[in-house]
Write a protein of this length. Structure first.
Length: 156
């Protein structure tokens, strides 16, 4: 018997940070029919602080990948806080990963794999991997290294 997404997450032995509150005029999530849209999330740590830095300048790509995983954890926290469980999600539809990096940095997909690998571990490779874009940015809010937004399909 396969485990539920919530059970799969508990096996990973990772800690969810607090779900972030909006710092601007937007909703952190929106449900439209069977789809859950999550606004861009940054890498929030358990103490509510942010991972900061620019990849290729302040941190290397492996540190960026860990920051992307932390963004994924922050997104999972938003889901659990607002819906009670990761089990409400049927599958990942789309991930957009934005990487705060120097102009010569070219490994954006590697960095965003930190988030994508987490989602695949929670929902499995069939449902945890959706379509994706990974792009470089000249800057991100508060000098965070990674921001990710995503679309999920909810269970009916």
């Amino acid at each position: 018997m396969t485990s539920s997404p919530q059970q799969a997450f508990s096996v990973l032995n990772l800690e969810l940070p607090p779900a972030p509150q909006p710092l601007g005029i937007y909703k952190p999530f929106l449900v439209d029919g069977k789809y859950l849209y999550l606004s861009g999330h940054g890498p929030v740590l358990p103490d509510r602080s942010l991972i900061v830095g620019r990849i290729g300048e302040d941190m290397d790509m492996d540190e960026g990948k860990l920051a992307a995983r932390q963004v994924g954890l922050t997104m999972l926290s938003t889901i659990v806080t607002n819906f009670g469980s990761l089990d409400v999600i049927r599958r990942v539809i789309k991930v957009l990963g934005m990487v705060n990096c120097t102009p010569d940095f070219e490994k954006h997909p590697y960095v965003i794999n930190g988030c994508s690998e987490l989602f695949a571990a929670v929902w499995g490779t069939e449902n945890g991997i959706g379509v994706r874009s990974a792009v470089g940015m000249g800057s991100l809010p508060d000098n965070i290294p990674v921001e990710v937004e995503a679309v999920f399909e909810l269970h009916s």
